[in-house]
Design a protein around this ligand. Structure first.
Ligand SMILES: [Zn+2]
Length: 400
């Protein structure tokens, strides 16, 4: 599966004639800009073409009036090794998601590894190995170059603070879903979440009924007591807590509200609405929870954006922010927002051919998923017209 090692950097890239610039920031989702200049993978300027230094570019991309957004971030995936999942024995699932506009994925635990170790030494060893392997695989071009942030240990009974310190020192930055291992009680989880936080490791917790035989229920009392940074699949994965219980989580916790594709769709819509009513839309982040029993959905994040915008009645430009800037801030990532100095990870979008919508945002608001015309990571074009989305009406062109 390994491809050539990518050592090139993008050099100077000029992206011009952008018809709609989506910032990823839900407080100012649409930017007054038609041009981005990238320097070696990093955003160097955003603005009107006449105000940008566009001379001497190695590559020029004419967007043909289409939309540009930060690359989508999937807040909840379960990778194992490479671009393979044993859950549905599928190859190439990460690269397929790249064709759905996803440039970054965050592991909620490498739980599907056959024979996954559950002893403390094994848990730590797997976390460090996964972190290294997924970090290294990007340079090998596996998964289309998508950024997979992995090495997310599922905490087990018997772990002590020193274990979290050791993992953090070795480069582990995430915990896998709490509740998928032997730690299921709120007080026990709370202690380990605090140790993780102290050592700079972010935590997430399974919410709702068991996902597959062998996993268990985590109810709202446990979620509140554990106080993990991310309320993982607040709409269940698949089986949701009651809407009343989800409202309790929205109201009594200030942590991230993660809505997933492989969850209860009714509660997904109601949670998004409730977050808007409570004036805490910044807490909403989106994930797929793939691979799972429901499989892999390469367009899962785009489908969720269209579902929430159309049925929770939230402007599409805001919902794109749930899948980009909100996740960037909640997860402390550099990517996910269009700002000078941040990585040049972009998805180029247009309304799908023959959508009833007037334009991209209107088409999403009507429930259609958009067409992806190009995906760029660190300033390097990783795919052009998506093989998975409905065809975009117009696609960007590499003119130089
Ligand atoms: Zn889960």
């Amino acid at each position: 599966m390994a491809g050539p090692v990518v050592t090139e950097t993008s050099g100077k890239v000029v992206i011009r004639n952008v018809g709609l610039m989506l910032s990823g920031d839900i407080d100012a989702p649409v930017m007054d800009a038609d041009t981005i200049v990238v320097d070696d993978g990093v955003i160097a300027a955003i603005g009107r073409e006449k105000d940008c230094d566009t001379a001497g570019a190695r590559r020029v991309i004419d967007c043909k009036g289409t939309a540009l957004a930060p690359g989508l971030i999937d807040s909840h995936v379960h990778p194992v090794f490479g671009d393979w999942t044993p859950r549905q024995n599928q190859l190439g699932w990460i690269e397929s998601c790249l064709h759905g506009g996803v440039t970054t994925m965050i592991s909620a635990g490498e739980v599907h590894l056959p024979g996954r170790p559950k002893d403390v030494v094994g848990v730590k060893a797997l976390a460090i190995t996964a972190q290294r392997a997924f970090d290294g695989m990007r340079a090998a071009g596996v998964g289309g170059g998508a950024k997979v942030l992995a090495g997310a240990p599922v905490i087990e009974k018997g772990m002590v603070e020193q274990d979290f310190a050791e993992m953090a020192a070795a480069g582990v930055t995430l915990l896998g879903e709490i509740g998928l291992g032997s730690v299921k009680a709120g007080d026990e989880a709370r202690t380990m979440v605090a140790w993780a936080r102290k050592h700079g490791i972010q935590s997430t917790i399974h919410t709702g009924g068991p996902s597959i035989p062998g996993s268990g229920l985590i109810d709202e009392q446990v979620v509140l007591e554990a106080d993990a940074d991310v309320i993982g699949h607040v709409n269940g994965g698949h089986t949701s807590l009651s809407y009343k219980a989800v409202c309790t989580l929205c109201e009594k916790s200030g942590r991230a509200l993660e809505i997933v594709h492989n969850g209860n769709e009714r509660i997904a819509i109601l949670t998004a609405k409730h977050a808007m009513e409570l004036k805490c839309p910044h807490r909403v982040v989106l994930g797929t929870d793939a691979p799972a029993g429901s499989g892999v959905q390469p367009l899962g994040i785009l489908r969720l954006v269209a579902l929430i915008s159309s049925l929770a009645d939230i402007p599409a430009e805001i919902v794109f922010g749930f899948a980009t800037g909100n996740t960037a801030r909640m997860r402390r990532l550099r990517q996910g927002l269009l700002e000078v100095g941040r990585p040049a990870d972009f998805v180029f979008l247009d309304k799908a051919q023959h959508s009833a919508g007037r334009d991209l945002l209107d088409s999403v608001r009507l429930g259609d998923i958009p067409g992806v015309g190009m995906v760029m990571i660190d300033g390097i074009v990783r795919c052009q017209r998506s093989r998975n989305t409905p065809p975009a009406t117009e696609v960007p062109v590499i003119v130089q």
